[in-house]
Design a binder for this molecule. Structure first.
Ligand code: NAD
Ligand code: FE2
Length: 392
C-alpha cells in the first residue's frame, strides 16, 4: 500500500554510527571549527564513567571545554536558560550534549541561547512555520545519546518543561537538529533495565504514532517508521535483558534515531497526548508514561486504519498470512501489549501510582493539544477519560 501523501524531509545533521565511535568526537568537533566546547550532561553519568571516553577524546583533540552537569529529568526552561548563560560566560563556540533526551534537548536549547544573548528558551516556543524565531543561527550542537529513546539527536524538537505554567511545551525547527551525532552502543550499556524499557517504548511509539498519523505521514516517513518499529520490536527484549548486548543496543539506537526523524515529519498523537499529563501530574517518566498508554490507545484506534495496523503486525513478526485485515490489525494490538508486558514495565495506572480522581483533568489537558486531529480514530473528551479508565 503506497502512501501518496505529500511530505517533507529535512535533516541537517551528519550521523556516525558504530560501536566505539564516541571516541572520535573530539576530532569531529575540531574538523567543524569547534574551539571551546560546552559539554551538557548529568552528574550521575560523569560519576558512572560514561563520559570518560568523551573527555579523553576532547583532550586528545586539544579542545578547551567546560562542563554543565546539573541536568535533571524533564529539564525546565529556567535550567535551559542557565545553561545558555554558562555557555556565554565560558565563551563556548559549540555545545556537546551527552546523555538522554533531557541532556540533548538542553544542549540544543543552549546552542540557540549562546548565539542569541539576552533571549530565553521560551521565546522560541512553538512550531517552525517557515520563519525562524532566532536572529542568529544556533552555534553548532553535537550529540551523543546515552539512552535509546527520544531520538533527540535527529529530531527537530526541544521539549521544554514550562514549570511556571505546569506544562510541557516544545520548540521545533529543522535548524535545531544537531549538526553531528554519534550512535555508539557502548554509550547505552549502563542504562538500568527500567529506563531501557521505557525509553525503548518511547522510541517505538514515535515510529508508531508517525506511521498512523493523519497529518504529515508520507512514503518517506512510513518506511522509516516501519523499519524503526521492526528494529525496536525485534531487539527490545534482548537489550532490556542485557544493555551490554552491543548488537541489540546498536539496533535500538538506529530505531530511536529513525523515530526522531519520523516525529519531525508526522505529528504524534493520542499516546503522547495522554502520556504527557501523567508526567506532569504524577512525575512518571516520559517513556513509562507512553508504555502505560500505548496498549490501550491501540485497542481504541485500530478501527481507524486497519490496513496500517495489519502492516504493523507483519513487521512485528506476526504470521498474518492466514488472517484477514481486521484479524491482523487486532493481532498488532496484542503484539504491542505483549512487547510492553515482556520488558517489565508497570502494566496499569494503578500500579504506577496514578489517582483516578485526576482522569478528567488529565483528559482536559490532553484534549487541548488536539490529539484527535492526527488520530485515525476520532473521538471526544469522554473517550480520553475512558482510555485512562481502561488503563487503570
Ligand atoms: N527532542 C525530542 O524529540 C524528544 C522526544 C521525546 C522526548 N523528549 C524529552 O526527552 C526527555 C526524556 O529523555 P530520556 O527518556 O532519554 O530520559 P533522561 O534523559 O531524563 O534520562 C533518564 C534516566 O536515565 C539515566 N541515564 C541516561 N543514560 C544513562 C546511561 N548511559 N547509563 C545509566 N543511566 C543513564 C539518567 O540518569 C536518568 O535518570 C523528556 O524531557 C522528554 O520530554 C524529547
Ligand atoms: Fe516521546
Amino acid at each position: 500500500m503506497f502512501n501518496a501523501n505529500p511530505g517533507h524531509f529535512h535533516n541537517q545533521g551528519r550521523l556516525n554510527c558504530g560501536v566505539g565511535l564516541a571516541a572520535t568526537i573530539g576530532e569531529e568537533i575540531k574538523k567543524r571549527g569547534g574551539k571551546k566546547v560546552l559539554v551538557v550532561t548529568e552528574e550521575v553519568l560523569v560519576k558512572l564513567g560514561v563520559l570518560d571516553v568523551v573527555f579523553e577524546s576532547l583532550k586528545n583533540a586539544e579542545l578547551e571545554y567546560s562542563v554543565f552537569d546539573k541536568i535533571e529529568a524533564d529539564p525546565s526552561a529556567h535550567l535551559m536558560d542557565a545553561i545558555g548563560g554558562q555557555g556565554i560566560k565560558d565563551g563556548a563556540n559549540c555545545v556537546l550534549g551527552v546523555g538522554g533526551g533531557s541532556s540533548l534537548d538542553s544542549a540544543k536549547a543552549a546552542s540557540i541561547l549562546i548565539a542569541n544573548p539576552g533571549t530565553h528558551i521560551l521565546d522560541y516556543k512553538g512550531d517552525y512555520t517557515g520563519v525562524n524565531r532566532y536572529k542568529n543561527a544556533p552555534v553548532p550542537c553535537f550529540a551523543i545519546p546515552t539512552t535509546a529513546g527520544t531520538g533527540s539527536e535527529s529530531s527537530w524538537n526541544i521539549a521544554i518543561n514550562d514549570t511556571d505554567n505546569v506544562k510541557k511545551v516544545r520548540a521545533q525547527s529543522p535548524f535545531y537538529v544537531p549538526v553531528f551525532s554519534v550512535l555508539d552502543a557502548k554509550m547505552i550499556a549502563t542504562v538500568p533495565a527500567s529506563v531501557a524499557a521505557g525509553c525503548g517504548i518511547d522510541a517505538f511509539t514515535h515510529c508508531f504514532e508517525a506511521y498512523i498519523s493523519t497529518n504529515g505521514s508520507w512514503a518517506f516517513s512510513d518506511f522509516m517508521a516501519l523499519e524503526g518499529m521492526r528494529l525496536i520490536s525485534s531487539n527490545i527484549r534482548q537489550y532490556v535483558a542485557n544493555p551490554g548486548n552491543q548488537t541489540a543496543a546498536q539496533a535500538m539506537l538506529i530505531g530511536s534515531t529513525l523515530g526522531g526523524m519520523c516525529l519531525s515529519q508526522a505529528a504524534l498523537g493520542i499516546v503522547h497526548g495522554l502520556a504527557k499529563p501523567l508526567s506532569a501530574h504524577f512525575h512518571i517518566s516520559h517513556g513509562t508514561a507512553n508504555a502505560l498508554m500505548l496498549p490501550h490507545v491501540v485497542k481504541y484506534t485500530w478501527r481507524g486504519n486497519p490496513a496500517k495496523f495489519a502492516k504493523v503486525a507483519e513487521i512485528m513478526g506476526v504470521d498474518t498470512r492466514d488472517m484477514n485485515e481486521v484479524q491482523a490489525a487486532k493481532a498488532a494490538c496484542e503484539a504491542i501489549r505483549e512487547m510492553c508486558a515482556d520488558i517489565g514495565l508497570p502494566c496499569n495506572l494503578k500500579d504506577a501510582g496514578v489517582d483516578p480522581e485526576a482522569f478528567e483533568q488529565m483528559a482536559k489537558d490532553c484534549i487541548q493539544g488536539k490529539p484527535f486531529f492526527v488520530n485515525p480514530c476520532k473521538g471526544t473528551l469522554k473517550d480520553l477519560i475512558a482510555i485512562y479508565k481502561n488503563a487503570y
